[in-house]
Design a protein around this ligand. Sequence first.
Ligand SMILES: Nc1ncnc2c1ncn2[C@@H]1O[C@H](COP(=O)(O)OP(=O)(O)OP(=O)(O)O)[C@@H](O)[C@H]1O
Length: 373
Amino acid sequence: MKVKQLQLKNYRNYELLDLTFNDGLTILTGENAQGKTNLLEAIFLLSMAKSHRTNHDNELIRWGESYAQVEAMIETKNYDFPLSLSFGPKGKIAKVNHIEQAKLSHFIGKLNVVLFAPEDLQLIKGSPSLRRKFLDSELGQSHPVYLQALLDYNRILKQRNRYLKENGYKKQFDQVYFDVITDQLIEKAVEIITYRIEFVEALDELARPIHKSLSNQRDILSLEYKSSTSKLDYEQLDTLDQQFHRLYENSLEREKERGVTAYGPHRDDFYFALNEKDAQNFASQGQQRTIVLSLKLAEIEWLNNRIGEYPILLLDDVLSELDDNRQHILMSQIEGKVQTFLTTATIKGLNLTQLEHAQILYVEDGQITEEGE
Ligand SMILES: Nc1ncnc2c1ncn2[C@@H]1O[C@H](COP(=O)(O)OP(=O)(O)OP(=O)(O)O)[C@@H](O)[C@H]1O
């Protein structure tokens, strides 16, 4: 999969931009705060219909303007198609092949990307919500069914929590109505957990050899998806439905008191271990960086296995943080297969043989000049 052309209108600090990319490596270079990450963010937007940096779409509109538009021509193995996303007074409008999509979930995942940004280092030591967000966005962009199950789960969870909060302490608590919501929640919970476990197991398998080679054969990486409670046994997926029913029955009084749903995939987490030791507590900065890199490379392979095409790789200011050996392994892993966009303040920090064939774009105050222009 490739992004052939990109057009931006009133997007962030770009007034009007029209770019054509080559198939391999595109390097965006320039001083701080010139618009390098904004450009990667634009490509990310076309994949997920939302930014990785903000939940407020208004921030994407160029200051003083009333709408923004991001458009691209996507090339896949079988056909090319345009994607566009615009933000304005009517909200967010997503189009595939010039046709407006009634639901954003029909737009998400038409373009597949893997983003590696400095904030991803938080994946190891940050809060579980970051790791859940990672799982949800990766599975969401490649499995429309997962995305739908997640949207349904979140809606039902909100409804259940509201009922618990507003009626949990009342005598006329409608148990029949509450059981119907709980049944619906459990059905979606089991679906989500099953997908997540399968995904983490696949990543575990793919990331292990990559990590071994990135760590000079020193470290064995493993990943495991875990429930927030020992009262659920994820090894027994075929009985998960019954396990959930039992758990919710037993914790009803507590849930009524607290007014929230205490258990479910919205509380789950997944763990990284290095040589069987919890990476959250023991991994050094460098080891964390290598784990995330292994994870991203595993994700690229997973997407290729899943959709039969390699995704686009977006590397935001992370390459110069890697030593020459890791830079080399990363680039050789993706060379010739994965269209890659990377941002860097200076090309000097990069020790890449691929530089010779790379498309180099200089970014300055929302304007781009190409090497040789
Ligand atoms: N809605 C907007 N309208 C106009 N300019 C904006 C808007 N949002 C952000 N900017 C500007 O975009 C610039 C930031 O761009 P970006 O985050 O792409 O920087 P960068 O080139 O990646 O820099 P760094 O190397 O520091 O990460 C800032 O100058 C900011 O003021």
